[in-house]
Write a protein that binds this ligand. Structure first.
Ligand code: PFF
Length: 446
């Protein structure tokens, strides 16, 4: 028997737990910094609202109808709608994207692990911005350290996947995620005392369109997909457990709001510290590791708060990492009849090996470039900026054009006819066209 979430809130919390991860707290701030701030934030928020919410509805809807792994769900739905079997590509590309993303996500999850220990032993007591920046530089210079932490993070992830004990972790998340949220608020409170809070806010929220390029628009759109875990079928799996009488629309809106709020709070916590300490907003993937320790090192009780913050960030990363690999693991089990443990070990080892490329891209291999990008940047570009948006287009087209209108209507249960038409227009035309334009524009074609 296929299970079901016990209530709408359990689903909302579980889906938010999977959506909120390193993407919100690690990636959003550094991408914002690299892309000049406010205009990037604005495009990101518009993408979440106009593309993210309707697409999340589409994914949940397909999941609730197909009730299986993304690959199998798309197979079932293609049969049901007499659509061509190649629509399964949505499931394939999503499953692959999950592995590719996890390979580097695990390396950054490893950084989080390392920072729990660094904070706990008082490395950052009284730290200056320069000290925190140097500590990070020094940390990523050593492949052996990164190798160790990446390995440990992958073992943690695969341990849960192999044990099939996601349920326990999800329950823990229901307490830990709200705690993380409060700690973020506390960090924003600290940032207010730096004297640079206004400057941080202006950087994030005063639109400066001169900073907007095709590449930064694509990056903002990709980040919207990444942060909401869209375009790769993860949400489909979650959707398959949603009770029939749950409103998909309002649920999607709540998840998107919560996810975006966490990202914006992270930005509001970090940029005032950046400016107060003369750090570089565009310094890249190390940004939160170079800024937050300064706050912990200089606030009362910072040792405890700092360690707790990185522990919670680890848990947030952990739940997301499980949802990244789960489609592949389930597919291995269903297709080859492997045991869960074997499937977890095989997929874990493969992903871990690929992750070594990311480990090296921050030190020995930093100069090895593919199209001007390091290995890590290349993987991130291919997944966030290409695979997820393209997967999203296909999901939108499938839900908008191939599913029978009666079935989408029955699933979505939107009472207001105008709202249903609005959703239809968004998934049929606006989302696919917008994604396409942004992609072409970033390639300099449009
Ligand atoms: N949304 C997660 C984050 O923001 O960290 C990353 C992610 C998880 C992306 C699961 C995609 C996914 F399927």
């Amino acid at each position: 028997m296929h299970g079901q979430w016990s209530s709408r809130w359990t689903f909302i919390l579980a889906a938010t737990g999977a959506a909120v991860g390193l993407g919100n707290i690690w990636k959003f701030p550094y991408l914002t910094g690299q892309n000049g701030g406010s205009a990037f934030v604005l495009v990101y928020v518009v993408c979440v609202a106009a593309l993210g919410i309707p697409l999340m509805m589409a994914e949940i809807l397909l999941g609730r109808r197909g009730r299986s792994t993304p690959i199998r769900t798309m197979q079932v739905l293609a049969e049901e709608t007499r659509a061509a079997q190649w629509w399964q590509i949505i499931g394939w590309s999503g499953t692959l994207a999950g592995m590719l993303i996890l390979s580097y996500y695990s390396v950054i999850g490893g950084w989080t692990l390392a920072y729990i220990f660094k904070s706990a032993v008082g490395t950052f007591s009284g730290a200056s911005g320069q000290f925190a920046a140097d500590t990070f530089e020094h940390f990523v210079e050593s492949p052996t350290g990164l190798f160790f932490w990446h390995t440990l993070f992958m073992i943690l992830t695969m341990g849960v996947v192999a044990g099939g004990v996601q349920g326990g972790l999800e329950k823990a998340v229901q307490i830990l995620m709200p705690t993380l949220f409060f700690l973020l608020l506390l960090m924003v409170g600290y940032s207010m005392t730096t004297g640079f809070f206004g400057k941080g806010l202006a950087f994030l929220f005063t639109p400066d369109f001169s900073k907007l390029s095709g590449a930064s628009m694509l990056s903002a759109m990709g980040q919207a997909f990444f942060s909401l875990s869209l375009g790769m079928g993860t949400i489909m799996i979650y959707g398959s457990y949603v009770p029939k009488d749950t409103s998909i629309a309002s649920t999607s809106i709540i998840i998107a709001l919560a996810d975006t709020l966490v990202a914006l709070l992270a930005g509001m916590a970090i940029f005032p510290i950046v400016f107060a300490n003369n750090l570089e907003p565009g310094s890249g993937p190390g940004l939160i590791f170079q800024t937050l320790p300064v706050a912990f090192g200089n606030m009362n009780g910072g040792l405890a708060f700092g360690s707790l913050f990185f522990i919670l960030l680890l848990v947030a990363a952990w739940t997301s990492s499980i949802s990244l690999i789960e489609p592949f693991v389930t597919w291995l089990i269903e297709t080859f009849g492997l045991s869960r443990v074997k499937a977890a070990v095989y997929s874990g080892v493969a992903t871990w090996l690929l992750g070594l490329g990311t480990v090296l891209s921050f030190n020995w291999g930093a100069k090895v470039k593919f199209f001007g990008l390091t290995f890590f940047e290349l993987l991130d570009y291919i997944t966030s900026n290409l695979m997820l948006p393209l997967g999203g287009i296909l999901i939108a087209l499938f839900a908008g054009w191939l599913m029978k209108v009666e079935s989408t209507k029955a699933e979505l249960r939107i009472m207001n006819p105008g709202a249903f038409v609005a959703w239809q227009v968004l998934v049929r035309y606006i989302a696919p066209i917008a994604v396409f334009i942004v992609l072409l524009n970033s390639l300099g074609i449009l």
